[in-house]
Design a protein around this ligand. Structure first.
Ligand code: LMR
Length: 341
């Protein structure tokens, strides 16, 4: 009998194993932590998508990866979270596509053009085709890798007065995300756009710092904005979606098998997030209507046409910012799906 066996036999449980717990090999087994920070409530398409990714990623990697989800701007607000990702303080985010301009990836603002996506089929052709890939390539020089596009939905316009005609927007102070295209959109309506972090919007609406805003119903409801906005119009004038992004150095440094497992988890989480987005928004809308706090106006055909007439010139104005070719390429996708642009 060797000394080891003797020792193990003598002790209850093998004490010889104890030193292993302090060896470098044991430290190598610490899970890889992915901090996934975002600014919305857990009970939204993005919040639920992030939680689903956590579940799938932890399972697929057999516990080698731990995903910590921080919702509701708990860690960082809009602009800060992008800086934190670049610095490596967090590893994963899913900012709205309207927030990449300040990073120098202004082409992403093409998603903000009013009425550019007649429906989600066209959107999907863009995000899942060459355009989506090319946009992600633009992030690499910023130290960022784009993994997936996640849906939220089409936006409603809200304020404390009825917004029936485009002229009703004149002079209103409107909170926007940090996108020059959204700035141009509000100006085309005669409104005064004001960039503000998402976490500050409720209070700004409540105190009258701004008069109104635009959001998909899921964001409006989960931030309780309907409690401080008396009117909203179902304009569906613009899309709000996300790019799930990671710190490139972190991602490239992962063991290949872990990265492959995470890519699989992300693919599945993306299908989930995109599948639930519409129903999440429908539920939020139903809850806001039931609360009776905001009056929701459905546009007539004529009203919708008047808003389109006021807003479509923004496409031309945005050419110098996002690129004429990119806008044309999206029109082509819409036309291939049977829409006249
Ligand atoms: C906003 O700032 O309005 C949105 O980008 C928030 C979000 O992430 O959905």
């Amino acid at each position: 009998m060797t000394f080891t066996k003797l020792f193990c036999a003598a002790a209850l449980g093998c004490l010889m194993a104890a030193p292993v717990a302090f060896s470098p090999a044991a430290y190598a087994q610490d899970p890889i932590v992915i901090k996934f920070s975002h600014v919305v409530a857990p009970d939204t398409p993005k919040g639920k998508g992030a939680e689903r990714f956590k579940e799938l990623a932890e399972k697929a990697t057999g516990g080698k990866v731990k995903v910590e989800v921080y919702p509701n701007s708990q860690l960082y607000k809009d602009k800060e979270e992008l800086e934190a990702l670049q610095l490596g303080a967090v590893q994963m985010l899913a900012p709205s596509l309207a927030k990449f301009g300040p990073l120098g990836a202004k082409e992403f603002e093409v998603f903000d053009l009013p009425y550019i996506f007649p429906n989600k089929t066209v959107l999907r052709r863009v995000t899942e085709g060459p355009i989506g890939k090319q946009l992600f390539q633009k992030l690499e020089s910023k130290g960022i890798i784009g993994l997936a596009y996640w849906d939220n939905g089409f936006k409603v316009m809200s304020a404390n007065k009825p917004l029936i005609k485009p002229e009703d927007m004149k002079g209103l102070k409107m909170r926007i995300q940090s996108s020059k295209v959204l700035d141009a959109q509000m100006r085309a309506l005669g409104a005064l756009p004001q960039v503000m972090a998402f976490s500050e919007v409720y209070q700004a609406l409540q105190t009258g710092v701004v008069d109104g805003t635009e959001n998909p119903p899921s964001n409006m409801y989960t931030q309780k904005m309907h409690e401080v906005q008396k009117h909203a119009t179902l304009t569906d004038h613009g899309y709000l979606g996300y790019a799930v992004i990671v710190n490139k150095k972190f991602w490239d440094g992962l063991p290949a098998d872990v990265r492959t497992a995470l890519e699989g988890a992300m693919k599945e989480a993306t299908t989930f997030a995109n599948d639930i987005a519409q129903s999440e928004n429908d539920t939020s809308m139903a809850q806001m209507k039931a609360s009776g706090k905001t009056a929701f106006h459905e546009q007539t055909k004529e009203e919708r046409e008047a808003w389109m007439k006021a807003l479509l010139p923004v496409h031309k104005d945005a050419e110098s910012r996002v690129g004429k070719d990119l806008i044309q390429a999206i029109y082509k996708e819409a036309e291939a799906a049977g829409f006249k642009m």
